[in-house]
Design a protein around this ligand. Structure first.
Ligand code: SAH
Length: 345
């Protein structure tokens, strides 16, 4: 990742680079337009750039997307993309068409260091952070893989890795995604960043004025249960987490999302649902119950459907908006918590 990658640079940084190469800022804006507006990554195809500028650019930088090594369609219409990165590491992203939307779930790290007990990615440990080019590159590559005229409409940072543990690259990629002038131009309301609960990161993200949606992987409503499932809870308890959530700036109709993986006999008791209601009191919350997705060697099971629905009812009756989210791509190892790609030998 040593060569400078134009993909992932902010439009303003591309303008600065153009000046550094002896051209006008306008040339940098043209490059941004090609990359982010037209989805053209090949410098040779950027036909309105003067030849000498293109040569200077090519001598200084590359424009590269992660290589799509494999694209696996699921029965349910979603598709898993496995990317091979420049150092041969692999990450995956999932394209999920639904109801006129196309949502991309993308990765921010190779592996993950947080070791949640129910998550397959968590068994890998952390290999490294992705850079902004590799994060934005997943989106550009996903768009390129879609039929002409279609593009990703919503982006969720819910693939491999912990977004807030790769803070600088996360924020850089969010700025490229939301830059309305020369970037990808996504409304921040169509972007969701999910976190295991890194309190300092939530506070920092709130100060960036990015206005993206925040999702919290909660998974329990008491510290005892949460600490047993998620080691991160020993560093930041539910009290600290909820304080950071309450301080996160929200637009008038914006909500904070809470993911709650349903684990049989672990966190699915009616009492835990009532505790969850109390925990969320006064928070503009939407809860997504995610029935556990199985993987080889896991020690958890999905609760029977009636138990999931009973849990949901308690929340609904207390006025908490709650949906059961059946993950996409379970048949292709692309569902929540199932992403794990072997490194290239
Ligand atoms: N690290 C971030 C981003 C990953 S989002 C985070 O934790 O929020 C992926 C979501 O899937 C998280 O809510 C995660 O806890 C959940 N998940 C992990 N393993 C799962 C499994 N086996 N079944 C269902 N959901 C799972």
């Amino acid at each position: 990742m040593s060569a400078l990658n134009l993909v992932g640079m902010l439009p303003s940084q591309l303008e600065d680079l153009a000046v550094e190469l002896g051209a006008s800022r306008y040339r940098g804006r043209q490059v941004a337009t090609w990359l982010y507006r037209k989805g053209v990554v090949d410098l040779a195809l950027m036909s309105d750039l003067p030849k000498d500028f293109r040569a200077a650019l090519a001598a200084r930088a590359v424009a590269a997307l992660p290589e799509v090594e494999q694209a696996t369609p699921s029965q349910d219409g979603s598709r898993k993309l496995v990317f091979r990165l420049a150092d041969n590491a692999r990450v995956s992203a999932v394209v999920m068409p639904d109801d006129g939307r196309i949502t991309l779930c993308l990765s921010t790290q190779v592996g993950c260091g947080y070791a949640c007990a129910f998550c397959l990615t968590g068994t890998m440990g952390l290999t490294r952070n992705l850079d902004a080019g590799e994060i934005v590159g997943q989106l550009l590559a996903a768009n390129a893989s879609l039929p002409a005229g279609e593009h990703v409409t919503h982006v969720v940072f819910m693939g491999m890795g912990e977004p807030l543990a790769n803070y600088a690259a996360l924020v850089q990629s969010l700025r490229v995604l939301t830059d309305a002038r020369l970037g990808l131009g996504y409304s921040p309301r169509r972007i969701t960043v999910s976190t295991v609960g890194l309190v300092s990161g939530i506070e920092r993200l709130g100060r960036e004025d990015l206005k993206v949606n925040l999702a919290i992987s909660l998974h329990a409503a008491s510290d005892a249960v949460r600490s047993a499932l998620m080691p991160v809870n020993r560093a930041w308890s539910l009290d600290a987490l909820m304080a950071a959530v309450r301080a996160y700036p929200l637009a008038p109709r914006q909500h904070v999302f809470f993911e709650y993986v349903m684990l049989d006999g672990v966190n699915d008791a009616p009492e835990e649902a009532r505790r969850l209601v109390r925990l969320l009191r006064g928070v503009r919350a939407k809860v997504n119950l995610i029935p556990f997705n199985d993987w080889n060697g896991s020690r958890f099971r999905r609760p029977p459907l009636p138990r999931i629905l009973a849990f949901q009812s308690i929340l609904l009756e207390a006025g908490v908006t709650t949906t059961v989210r059946w993950s996409k791509g379970e048949d292709i190892g692309a569902a929540c918590g199932q992403l794990k790609e072997p490194a290239v030998a």
